[in-house]
Design a binder for this molecule. Structure first.
Ligand code: PYC
Length: 317
């Protein structure tokens, strides 16, 4: 009988489901090839883990894969309710705590292979996980877009492992009570980006929108954000790739230097801390720290008479 084994965690409120058994055999090829193969042939797994009736819009999944990179403890492919994610830092922090929970790793430094490169995660004795992300940079500053119902909005386009449009101080107030208005605004921003053909250099959609405001408590954080993910869900955590994109923008504006720490609060006021290493040519390597907690373990069954055993396809709704 087909089954899937899952370990659940959350990182600053944002959930991750790590598939630890029952997933497809992805032993062949580089991580980039595994990622493309997974996307083409195993969307059933993404839907099963992230979509209703088992999942929900905010769910992020992670499939542990073998890797040919001998330095790495494993490879990983991240995905959510609408597709694959190049990279996911809250998910990496959840993965590290999952590997620790399974006694596969201990406190220390661990390399993990992803579709966009090898990342390094350090699990500290106190449970904090620090992720050294892929090189990040700002592509464009102060890009004007026309957003339905809001007029002219300005934002930076930056890469932090995913593509982000970063808006400062425009749109609805960044507060949890405003999450529906923030999501609606972000949806319109993403539509404007598509309409105005503002894309990554390879034509990839700028599919994450990030809105910044001052922190609720400046003693705890330097800024608070709202991050709208591909699909219609917002990140409950401060979003590690989004914080990386923010660090790239701060560096490009001369507002952060190596050795300084940026404390990014998310919409639930959970905090990631970030610092940078400078690579040259405007690129930085971000280091993002946060905490995750393992909070469940599931076994999924696939009754052949259940029409939704592989999740509800969003395309039919
Ligand atoms: O933490 O990088 C992140 C992330 C991406 C999408 C959701 N969380």
């Amino acid at each position: 009988m087909q089954i899937l084994e899952i370990i659940e965690s959350h990182t600053g409120g944002e959930p991750t489901r790590v598939v630890i058994a029952g997933g497809p055999d992805l032993s062949a090829g580089s991580m980039e090839e595994k990622f493309a193969y997974f996307k083409k042939h195993h969307d059933w797994l993404r839907r099963t883990v992230c979509n209703e009736p088992r999942g929900h819009d905010a769910m992020v999944g992670a499939l542990i894969t073998p890797t040919t990179n001998e330095d790495c403890v494993c490879g990983v492919i991240f995905f959510n309710n609408v597709g694959t994610l190049h990279m996911c830092i809250h998910g990496t922090i959840g993965l590290v705590m999952t590997l620790k929970f399974m006694d596969l790793i201990d406190v220390g430094v661990h390399k993990i292979d992803t579709a966009v490169g090898v990342i390094t995660a350090t699990l500290r004795e106190d449970g904090l996980v620090e992720v050294v992300n892929v090189p990040s940079y700002r592509l464009a500053k102060n890009v004007p877009i026309h957003v339905a119902g809001y007029g002219e909005i300005f934002g930076d386009v930056a890469w932090g492992g995913n593509w982000f449009f970063l808006i400062n101080g425009q749109g609805p107030e960044v507060a949890y009570a405003n999450r529906d208005a923030l999501a609606e605004f972000s949806k319109n921003v993403r539509a404007a980006l598509t309409e105005q053909k503002i894309t990554a250099p390879d034509g990839h959609e700028i599919d994450h929108v990030e809105i910044f405001a001052p922190a609720a408590d400046p003693a705890l954080a330097d800024s608070r954000n709202f991050v709208f993910c591909p699909g219609h869900a917002y990140d409950r955590s401060p979003c590690g790739t989004g914080t990386s994109a923010k660090l790239a923008c701060l560096y490009a504006d001369g507002k952060i230097q190596p050795g300084e720490v940026w404390r990014q609060a998310g919409i639930l006021d959970s905090v990631f801390t970030g610092s940078i290493e400078v690579l040259g040519e405007g690129k930085i390597v971000p280091r993002i720290s946060g905490r995750a907690w393992v909070n469940g373990k599931s076994t999924y069954y696939f009754d052949p008479t259940d029409p939704f055993r592989f999740g509800i396809e969003e395309s039919i709704h």
